[in-house]
Design a protein around this ligand. Structure first.
Ligand code: GTP
Length: 267
């Protein structure tokens, strides 16, 4: 078994909350209401995972399972350009791209290189999404010996298709069973290939909600058991977001503040 890796958010307060960053060989569930920034987190992680280890990355590539058509290459572009100069410099050097953070041609090349290493797969429905989790294992296997092995599997959103397709009380058990299988497959990729798994989830505010509690993620306790790290995002003033770590093993519950800006997630 490989040593657990820590993937930095590039935000000290959040990293401190997590004891360094999100962990490989674990599932991190990021949940919150509409517009709280869940997709921003998955995009930022797809960038951060590629950074060299000495600046908090995992020197890996990622697979992004996109179920709501949220993946935006332009957002990745902004986030790469928005990295601190010393992080850009270290990453350019790591990739043997000549130049530095102020060098437009070098940064353009870096953006292209980073986009190339995000494997995006659109999930058309829940069955397709489940199939993609199995495909993720094949992809991770193919890249295992490459220079940039898969170190992140992001699923945005984990639950949207399931929620839309399995409606009503009568289908809840079925939905949970499928979600459980899906999470099991995702977990397996994380464990076998030493990858971090990050999934997004909306909070329940609908009739199918978990105890009707708007601070509870969809999927209730089954997801609760599987997602080792649960992070609740909520909006604050302007671009501010509060990140709360909930029920993490061996870590204290706590909160951190971050901002969603043009250049990505910032302190
Ligand atoms: P749902 O998918 O609707 O559940 O929301 P979500 O939690 O995934 O939210 P998402 O990550 O899409 O965040 C949307 C918020 O991020 C917006 O309200 C903006 O505040 C912010 N945001 C998105 N793109 C940009 C950008 O290019 N610049 C800045 N400054 N903010 C952005």
């Amino acid at each position: 078994r490989n040593e657990i890796g820590k993937l930095s958010w590039q935000i000290d307060e959040v990293d401190d909350l997590l004891g360094g960053g999100i962990e490989t060989q674990s599932i991190t569930e990021v949940y919150g209401e509409f517009g709280s920034g869940k997709s921003q987190v998955t995009h930022q992680m797809a960038v951060n995972v590629q950074l060299p280890k000495e600046v908090g990355g995992l020197h890996g590539s990622s697979m992004f399972i996109d179920s709501e058509d949220t993946f935006r290459p332009e957002r990745i572009d902004d986030m790469v350009r928005g990295l601190p100069d010393d992080v850009i410099d270290a990453t350019l050097e790591d990739r043997e791209i000549e130049g530095s953070a102020g060098d437009e041609a070098a940064v353009d090349e870096l953006v292209d290189d980073i986009l190339d290493k995000i494997h995006v797969a659109k999930a058309f429905n829940s069955n397709h999404q489940m199939l993609l989790a199995e495909k993720a294992q094949e992809l991770a296997s193919e890249h295992e010996e490459s220079e940039y092995p898969i170190r992140l599997l992001a699923v945005d959103s984990l639950t949207a298709h399931f929620r839309a397709e399995y409606v009503g009380r009568g289908q809840l058990a079925d939905r949970q069973q499928k979600l459980n299988k899906h999470l099991h497959d995702l977990d397996k990729v994380g464990n076998l290939y030493n990858a971090a798994v990050i999934v997004t989830n909306q909070v329940a505010s609908n009739p199918d909600s978990y105890f009707g509690d708007p601070t509870q993620p969809i999927g209730g306790n089954i997801l609760g058991h599987k997602s080792t790290f649960r992070m609740y995002l909520r909006k604050s003033k302007g671009d501010k977001r509060i990140v709360r770590l909930v029920d993490a093993p061996n870590l204290a519950d706590g909160e951190a503040v971050m901002r969603v800006q043009d250049g990505g997630l910032k302190p």
